[in-house]
Design a binder for this molecule. Structure first.
Ligand code: ZN
Length: 261
C-alpha cells in the first residue's frame, strides 16, 4: 500500500512538472531525447523549387540517395507540380518553403497573422496537390522565436536557425535537439571543399547529424563538389557506418524517442 502511495505521488509530481513546463514555449525545456544507438546521419535539402532540381534528382539517384526539396508555392509553375509528385513517388521529400518567401526576422518581418497564413496555406496547398509534408524551411533561414508556437501547430519539424558555412575547426553536429529550431549547413560557399569534408569527418566522430542545403545545382555548389561529397558518403552508407536519408526519415531515425504524431 505504501509503495502504491509513493508511486502515486511520483506520478503527481511528474504530471505537475510537465504541466508546468508546457505552459511556456521554451526551447531548452522542449529538447527531445537522442537515441543512444544513432548513427552519424546526413541529409540534403535544395531550396526554392528551381528547375535545376532535376539535376539533383539524377545525381542522387546515381548514388542511391534521396534528398528533400523546399518548395515556394507562389513561384512554382503549375506544370512542375507533377514533376515533384514524381520525385515524391521515387522517395524524395517535399518540404514547405512558404507561400511568398517573406522575412520571419528583422525589419521586414511579417505579422503573426501573415505568418500563420504562410504556414497553414502552404501546407494545405501542398497537401491538396498530393504532397505529404512534415517539414518547413524558413525563407532566408532565420525565424524569430515569436512565430514558433504557430509554426509548431502545422509542422512536425522545421529549420528556423541560420548556421551557414562550414567552420574551422569543424563543428560536425550542427543541429539542435529541438525539432523546430534545426539548423542547416550551406554547401555553396567559396573554397569550402576541404572544410565540408572536415565537417563530415567530425560528424562521424561525434555520431552527429548534419543537414546540408543548397539552391541551384550545378552552380555555386559545383558538380565536382557534390560528387566528391556523395563519393565520400556512398561507401560509408553501404557499409552501414552512416545514414544518408531524407530530412524526415533522418529525424525520425536519429531522434528515436521523439513523439512524432
Ligand atoms: Zn529560399
Amino acid at each position: 500500500m505504501k509503495n502504491i502511495l509513493v508511486l502515486f505521488m511520483y506520478f503527481v509530481l511528474i504530471g505537475f512538472h510537465y504541466g508546468f513546463n508546457n505552459k511556456s514555449i521554451n526551447k531548452e525545456k522542449k529538447k527531445v531525447i537522442v537515441s543512444k544507438i544513432q548513427k552519424p546521419t546526413f541529409t540534403f535539402i535544395f531550396d526554392d523549387g528551381l528547375t535545376s532540381d532535376v539535376n539533383v534528382v539524377n545525381k542522387f539517384k546515381e548514388y542511391g540517395f534521396k534528398c528533400g526539396f523546399a518548395i515556394i508555392i507562389n513561384t512554382l509553375a503549375n506544370d512542375r507540380i507533377v514533376e515533384y509528385l514524381e520525385y515524391q513517388k521515387q522517395g524524395f521529400e517535399i518540404l514547405s518553403h512558404s507561400i511568398t518567401h517573406p522575412y520571419f526576422q528583422g525589419n521586414k518581418e511579417i505579422s503573426l497573422s501573415q505568418a500563420e497564413y504562410e504556414f497553414k496555406n502552404s501546407l494545405n496547398t501542398l497537401t491538396i496537390w498530393g504532397f505529404d509534408v512534415k517539414g518547413f524551411v524558413t525563407p532566408s533561414s532565420q525565424m524569430d522565436d515569436k512565430y514558433l508556437p504557430l509554426l509548431e501547430k502545422y509542422y512536425k519539424y522545421a529549420y528556423t536557425v541560420y548556421y551557414g558555412q562550414p567552420q574551422n575547426p569543424p563543428v560536425g553536429h550542427v543541429t539542435s535537439r529541438e525539432l523546430h529550431i534545426l539548423k542547416r549547413l550551406n554547401l555553396e560557399g567559396k573554397d569550402t571543399d576541404t572544410m565540408i569534408m572536415a565537417e563530415i569527418d567530425e560528424c562521424i566522430t561525434q555520431n552527429g547529424i548534419l543537414h546540408f542545403y543548397a539552391h541551384k545545382y550545378p552552380d555555386n555548389l559545383t558538380e565536382a563538389r557534390l560528387v566528391a561529397i556523395l563519393e565520400k558518403l556512398k561507401p560509408l552508407s553501404e557499409s552501414g557506418v552512416i545514414d544518408v536519408l531524407t530530412p524526415y526519415e533522418a529525424i525520425q531515425k536519429y531522434y528515436k524517442h521523439v513523439d512524432m504524431h
